[in-house]
Design a protein around this ligand. Structure first.
Ligand code: NAP
Ligand code: NAG
Ligand code: NAG
Ligand code: NAG
Length: 392
């Protein structure tokens, strides 16, 4: 058994992907810290209770509702605990019912008065996201809660070392880290919009997005800077056709896409926010980079290699526990209501700039239309299959 593990580790250590993670990811982490310490006057936002400003004549929300995806492990579980302490009603969305109930009882042990609710959702499946929408809305009705959501944290994410396709035929990593988050936002937008107090979306991205630009350098491209955001790439199908699955690239690319979309949505919402009718509806968008955190994210990487990586990061003082890493998530979740479209990193309310490419509006607009196209396709496919069921 140990021998097999060692063999797998040696094999993996001989791949270009491994060295990409070991060298480039460390570099991009250092760049993030560089920004943090050497940017003149970095912006920093102290947490505020943004959930107190209410539209006139609207119901009072005493306990804001927050949804956390991938809440069964690492940062998601830490965020669920921390936000329950901040007085949120926390909806934990995860794949495994067993892990969900374990996290819930762990939180209850530490915080006896936590308000928690679990839903089983697989972000890599569009059907599962639609089902979640239905059961969430039903639960809100049944428990007499206001039909709205105040905070959505897109945290679920994976790093896969081999290619797997989802039921829809997409790459598992792109489907989970990007398409799933996009679809969830699209589906839950009415609930976020109907919040009587400013609602907010927080995406967990990663310092590794800084390498995302070299993802498809081979492919010529109409958009500047050589990154493709067509359907074949965004759905990951292009990666699955390669001889060797570029696991590190795919992860970086999914995080870059998430960031591009954050800024795009921020721009779109900012436009809408200018009109008087929606003055009180801030839809706040923040991206969070937790830094390097010791979680299960490396679960597919041979364990002796990830142990060594964690050890080295720990020795140079860059490895955090989920309890510390979650600080920047809380910064974004609790920032003052007018803060939107910023990139939190390093805790203490601090923000830095993300890669130059992530601010490219041309690219983000193209990614936006590709993502909407993929979403529409999934919606139509799901309508077709539901009418089939009715027919038969
Ligand atoms: N750790 C770091 O150093 C680091 C750095 C930067 C960014 N991040 C980001 O932080 C986020 C959280 O990761 P983590 O470090 O806490 O890793 P983790 O411990 O592996 O947690 C990931 C969570 O996502 C869930 N998940 C995976 N695929 C899913 C799917 N299809 N549907 C629903 N849930 C799914 C997992 O649930 P299961 O238990 O069911 O698999 C798990 O709860 C990720 O987006 C990651 O990219 C992490
Ligand atoms: C989400 O659920 C609500 C209430 O059940 C429903 O009206 C709405 O159409 C659903 N959204 C999608 C995208 O299916
Ligand atoms: C670039 O892509 C073409 C076909 O799309 C392929 O033939 C070629 O080998 C690729 N080059 C590299 C360096 O990957
Ligand atoms: C979060 O990611 C989704 C795509 O997955 C994107 O539509 C949205 O703009 C992002 N928002 C933030 C705040 O990062």
């Amino acid at each position: 058994m140990a021998e097999m593990g060692l063999k797998a580790a040696i094999q993996f250590a001989c791949t270009a992907e491994f060295w990409r993670m070991a060298v480039l990811w460390t570099m991009s982490l250092v760049v993030s810290y560089w920004h943090l310490f050497f940017t003149p006057k970095p912006q920093s936002y102290a947490p505020s209770s943004s959930f107190s400003s209410t539209r006139p004549n609207s119901p009072i929300i005493t306990r804001p509702l927050c949804i956390i995806t991938g809440a069964t492990s690492g940062l998601g579980a830490a965020a669920a605990y921390a936000l329950s302490r901040e007085g949120f009603h926390v909806v934990l969305a995860g794949r495994s019912p067993h892990l969900l109930s374990k996290v819930i009882s762990d939180i209850r042990r530490q915080n006896g008065c936590a308000h928690l609710k679990a839903f089983q959702v697989d972000l890599a499946s569009f059907e599962s996201i639609l089902k979640f929408n239905g059961s969430l809305q039903q639960w809100l009705l049944d428990s007499n809660l206001h039909s709205s959501v105040q905070l959505l944290i897109n945290n679920a994410g994976i790093l896969a070392t081999s290619c797997r396709l989802t039921a829809e035929g997409y790459d598992q990593v792109m489907a989970t880290n990007y398409i799933g988050a996009f679809s969830l936002i699209k589906v839950l937008l009415p609930l976020l919009e109907s919040s009587p107090i400013p609602s907010r979306i927080v995406n967990i991205t990663s310092f590794t997005h800084r390498n995302g630009e070299t993802v498809s350098e081979n492919i010529s491209c109409e958009v500047s800077s050589g990154v493709q955001v067509d359907k074949e790439t965004v759905s990951g199908v292009r990666f699955s056709k390669l001889k060797r699955y570029p696991c590190a690239h795919v992860y970086e690319y999914s995080k870059l896409c998430l960031l591009l979309l954050s800024y795009e949505l921020h721009r779109q919402f900012a436009l809408v926010g200018n009109s008087v009718s929606v003055m009180y509806v801030y839809r706040l968008l923040c991206a969070v980079d937790p830094g390097a955190v010791k979680t299960n994210i490396m679960r597919e990487v041979p364990s002796c290699l990830s142990q060594v990586a964690f050890l080295i990061l720990k020795l140079v003082g860059l490895l955090q526990s989920p309890e510390n890493g979650v600080c920047s998530v809380l910064d974004a979740a609790l920032a003052p209501p007018e803060i939107s479209g910023v990139y939190f990193f390093g805790g203490k309310g601090r923000t830095i700039s993300s890669s130059v490419l992530s601010y490219n509006t041309e690219l983000s607009q193209e990614l936006w239309s590709t993502s909407c196209f993929i979403f529409q396709e999934s919606m139509q496919a799901s309508k077709r299959s539901s009418t089939k069921v009715v027919d038969s």
